[in-house]
Design a binder for this molecule. Sequence first.
Ligand SMILES: Cc1cc2nc3c(=O)[nH]c(=O)nc-3n(C[C@H](O)[C@H](O)[C@H](O)COP(=O)(O)O)c2cc1C
Length: 343
Amino acid sequence: MIETNITKMFGIKYPIFSAPMGPFFTRDLALAVCEAGGLGVLSNVNIVGTDPVEEHISSLEYMIENTDKPFGLNILTSRNNLGVQDMVRKLPKIVMDNPKMREQCKYWLTSAGSSQILPKSKSFQELRENSEVKHFHVAPAIWLAQKCVDAGVDGIVITGTEGGGHQSYERVTTLVLLQQINKAFPNLPKIACGGFATGEALAAALSLGAGAIAMGSRFIASKQSEFHEKYKSLIPPGTPQDTDLFTGAFGPIRLYKNEYALSHPAPSSKEEMIAYEQSITDEQRVRDLGAYDRVYNGDTKNGAVLLGQSIGIIDSIDDVKDIFERIMKEAETAIRNNYSMLK
Ligand SMILES: Cc1cc2nc3c(=O)[nH]c(=O)nc-3n(C[C@H](O)[C@H](O)[C@H](O)COP(=O)(O)O)c2cc1C
């Protein structure tokens, strides 16, 4: 058993979270992660034709019907996410009014925008005062971690540039970020994210001050994830070099290098990325939006295939329970081996 500040905070058995992976559905994945002893996270779903608030409500209902374990949800607070004001107003109220949801939906993760939007919501303030919910925000740079602390977060998710999908302009690796943020905020609860797929890496994250890890790509390659089989089949045999950082209508994003990705620029600086994003036409925006629907339906050539460098470590599509068992065994062995080096 490995007990950390994060496993104690959320009452979970293992220090492993699933990362949010909007705009795709991750309900069954979240459920499997919770049942395996970790903490599963519902993604901010906005595949064309869906209403993100309604999707979250039906996912919340699905979770409390199928598990008694704690879980979490993600709200993208970016300017591009049109439903965000509705989400921060309506969702806390719905959870507040349902005792089972209030008890289980403990982890509120915001990302890709301001860390202040959720804590400023009156209904979230009421929920926070009357429950054990915790607010975490994704910090891809040390100056953003400071902003999260100023916003009064309960903890942060530290996500480096090797991670799949939604990214930042900052391009700092998880390894460096963890050391920077741990030095600056030693007592702040932290979840390490981006590039994790093994127990040895979990042991390293714990040494670097994190209380848990969150994984995206590793869990896409699981039997329970809702991703299309063609999407999963790119993971083994993928290599870290098969992904790169691109930009488009949704800001910086790590994608598998298929035809869609290669039709977008991979700018080398934050300034170049912002300049490109500002030049995007409405027509391009619509085309980029469609790339998520295409991949959701299995078009892995012309769709946006969000994946991290960690695909180079993943060599099979596994049951979520087996992923947990293997990673925990590897982490315990690594920690014991490290301990035995002490003389
Ligand atoms: C398919 C996919 C979709 C993602 N969508 C989101 C999202 O909606 N919100 C978010 O905060 N991060 C998103 N991310 C980033 C993940 O939460 C996480 O940071 C990343 O997967 C970690 O790297 P890994 O894939 O190496 O584990 C996404 C990642 C992937 C692979």
